[in-house]
Design a protein around this ligand. Structure first.
Ligand code: ADQ
Length: 489
C-alpha cells in the first residue's frame, strides 16, 4: 500500500522485447530525441489498467560512449523504458545472424541457410554464442530493475534464452514468454543444431504462450520428441515441474481503428481515394516486404486473374503497400527487385495509357492513410506463406463496417483460425486457387459479404489486444500462485 492514501499499488509488469517501442535519434553528445512507435504491443499494454508496465529492450542504436548511454537512459526513463546496450558486433551476430538469418526463416518453414554449408556451420556456433550472450545482457538489465512481486513478460524468438537466465538469477521471479511467430512442426525444429538448449531455456518460464493451439501443440511435441519429456493437457512436465503451455491469440485495438474513420483528415482521404478509383474495385495488400508474406505469389495470382478475366481489366486495381525491412540483407534486396520486375511486367502487359492494374508502393503509410485505404477496399489479399497471426487482416476488418469488403486469407496465417469462417481461405502457393478466389470475392453477392463480414467484425471487436495482454498476464499470475500452493502442500 502506498504510504499516504492506503491505495493498493499497481503490480509492475516488466515487458522485455528485443526492441523498445521508441525510435531514438542522437541530437548531441548528451541529448536524444525520442519518438514512441505505436505498435500493437504498445496499445495492448496501455489497455492493461491494473499493471504498471515498464519496457526493457534495445533502443536500435549503437551508443558506445558512457555520456551518450547515460543521457539516453535518462530520456528513456521518462517514457517508462529501460535500454539494453548492444554493441555493433553483437547486433550483427545475434540480431542479423541468429535471430533473422536462422530462427526467423526456420520458424516460418523456410529451413536453415543452405549456401556455403561449411561457413554457415562454422558461423552458426558463433552466432548462437552471441545470441546467448545478448540474452544474458537482457537478463542482467531485468535483474537490476526487478523488484519482488514484479511480473516479467519476455517476447519473441529473439529472447528464447532469457527465461533460463532470469530463473538462474531468481527462481521466484514470475516469468512468461510469448512467441509472435509460428512455432513449427517438431520435425522442422529438430533440424536446428541448438534445438534442445533453446527448448530447455524456454521451459524455464512459468507460462509459455503462442498465437494458436497448433503452435502450442508443436512446441509440446518438440519437448516430448526431442527432450523426451512428458506432455500433459496443461503443458510440459519435467521432474515434477510443470511449464504451462497455452494459446493466447493476439488481437488489435479495434476501437482505435473504428474511431480513426471519423477523423476529418481520414474522411477527406477516403473521398479522394474513392474519386481516384471510381468505377474500379479496389484490392489491397499491406505487408512488410518479407519472404514470408508471399507478395510475389499474390501478384502472380492477380496476373492470372486478369489473364482469365478480360472483362475485369479496366474495372479492378490492386494496391500493394510493402514496407521495406532488413534492407541491408541481400535476400531482401533480391525480393524487392523480384517484386518490382513482376509488377512492371504485369503493368506493361495489362496497363493502358491512362491506368495500370497494380500500384505498388515500397513504403510505410501513416496510421490515418492506412485506415482510409482499409476503408475503401473491396477485397483485401493476405497471402502469407506463414505468419504467426497477421494483424493486417484484423485491421482491415475493423475498418470495413460500412463497406463489408471481402478478406482473402492464407490458411497458413494464424488469423485463419480466428477469421476463417468469414474469410475466403486459400493456399497461397496455389496461384490458380487464389486467382479464382479473387473472382469469387469480386462477384460475391451483398448478403454473403455481409454475413462473412459480420462474423469477422464480431471477432475482431471482442478479442482485442487488451484482452490478449490481460489474459496472458493474469494467467501468468495464477500459474505462479498454483506453483507456490503446490510447494506449500
Ligand atoms: P509482423 O510480421 O510485422 O508481426 P503483422 O501482424 O501483419 O506482421 O503486423 C504488421 C503491422 O505493421 C500492422 O500493424 C500493419 O498495419 C503495419 N504495417 C504493415 N505494412 C505497413 C505499411 N506499408 N505501412 C504502415 N503500416 C504497415 C509479427 C508476426 C505476426 C504477428 C505480429 C503480432 O510476424 O504474425 O501477427 O507479430 O504478434
Amino acid at each position: 500500500y502506498e504510504r499516504n492514501n492506503a491505495r493498493p499499488l499497481k503490480q509492475r509488469l516488466l515487458v522485455v522485447a528485443n526492441r523498445l517501442p521508441v525510435s531514438a535519434v542522437r541530437r548531441g553528445e548528451d541529448s536524444w530525441s525520442l519518438e514512441i512507435s505505436a505498435g500493437g504491443l504498445v496499445s495492448a499494454l496501455l489497455g492493461v489498467k491494473e499493471f504498471e508496465a515498464k519496457w526493457i529492450g534495445w533502443a536500435g542504436v549503437n551508443v558506445p560512449d558512457e555520456i551518450g548511454q547515460n543521457a539516453l537512459s535518462k530520456a528513456l526513463a521518462e517514457k517508462r523504458c529501460i535500454p539494453v546496450f548492444l554493441d555493433e558486433e553483437i547486433v550483427h551476430q545475434y540480431y542479423n545472424g541468429y535471430c533473422n538469418n536462422i530462427l526467423w526463416p526456420l520458424f516460418h518453414y523456410l529451413g536453415l541457410p543452405q549456401e556455403d554449408r561449411l561457413a554457415t556451420t562454422r558461423s552458426f556456433q558463433s552466432q548462437f554464442d552471441a545470441y546467448k550472450k545478448a540474452n544474458q545482457m537482457f537478463a542482467d538489465v531485468v535483474n537490476e530493475h526487478y523488484e519482488e512481486g514484479d511480473v516479467v513478460w519476455c517476447h519473441d524468438y529473439h529472447l528464447m534464452f532469457l527465461p533460463k537466465c532470469l530463473k538462474e538469477y531468481n527462481i521466484k521471479m514470475k516469468v512468461g514468454w510469448f512467441l509472435h511467430t509460428p512455432f513449427p512442426s517438431s520435425e522442422i525444429h529438430r533440424t536446428l543444431p541448438s534445438r534442445s538448449e533453446l527448448l530447455r531455456s524456454v521451459l524455464a518460464a512459468d507460462l509459455v504462450g503462442f498465437h494458436t493451439y497448433d503452435y502450442a501443440r508443436h512446441f509440446v511435441s518438440a519437448c516430448t520428441r526431442i527432450l523426451g519429456l512428458e506432455g500433459t493437457p496443461e503443458g510440459v512436465e519435467d521432474q515434477g515441474k510443470l511449464t504451462r503451455v497455452a494459446a493466447f491469440p493476439i488481437g488489435i485495438d479495434s476501437e482505435r481503428f473504428i474511431r480513426a474513420l471519423e477523423v476529418p483528415k481520414v474522411q477527406d482521404h477516403i473521398k479522394e481515394l474513392k474519386e481516384r478509383f471510381s468505377g474500379r474495385k479496389v484490392m489491397l495488400g499491406v505487408d512488410r516486404l518479407d519472404m514470408i508474406k508471399g507478395i510475389p505469389q499474390k501478384i502472380l495470382a492477380f496476373e492470372k486473374f486478369l489473364e482469365e478475366n478480360p472483362s475485369w481489366h479496366d474495372k479492378v486495381v490492386l494496391l500493394q503497400i510493402a514496407v521495406p525491412t532488413r534492407t541491408d540483407v541481400p535476400e531482401y534486396q533480391k525480393l524487392t527487385s523480384q517484386v518490382h520486375e513482376i509488377v512492371g511486367r504485369i503493368n506493361g502487359r495489362f496497363g493502358t495509357l491512362t491506368a495500370v492494374p497494380i500500384h505498388h508502393l515500397d513504403r510505410s503509410l501513416d496510421f490515418h492513410a492506412l485506415c482510409a485505404l482499409y476503408a475503401v477496399t473491396d477485397v483485401a489479399l493476405v497471402t502469407s506463406l506463414r505468419d504467426g497471426m497477421n494483424l493486417v487482416s484484423y485491421e482491415f476488418v475493423a475498418c470495413q463496417d460500412s463497406k463489408k469488403g471481402v478478406l482473402i486469407l492464407s490458411e497458413f496465417a494464424g488469423a485463419a483460425q480466428s477469421l476463417g469462417a468469414g474469410a475466403i481461405l486459400v493456399n497461397p502457393w496455389n496461384i490458380t486457387e487464389v486467382a479464382s478466389s479473387i473472382g469469387y470475392a469480386l462477384n460475391m453477392p451483398p448478403e454473403e459479404r455481409e454475413k462473412r463480414h459480420h462474423h469477422n467484425f464480431m471477432h475482431v471487436t471482442t478479442h482485442t489486444a487488451q484482452d490478449w495482454a490481460e489474459t496472458f498476464v493474469s494467467e501468468l499470475n495464477d500459474t505462479i500462485v498454483e506453483a507456490q500452493l503446490r510447494m506449500r502442500q
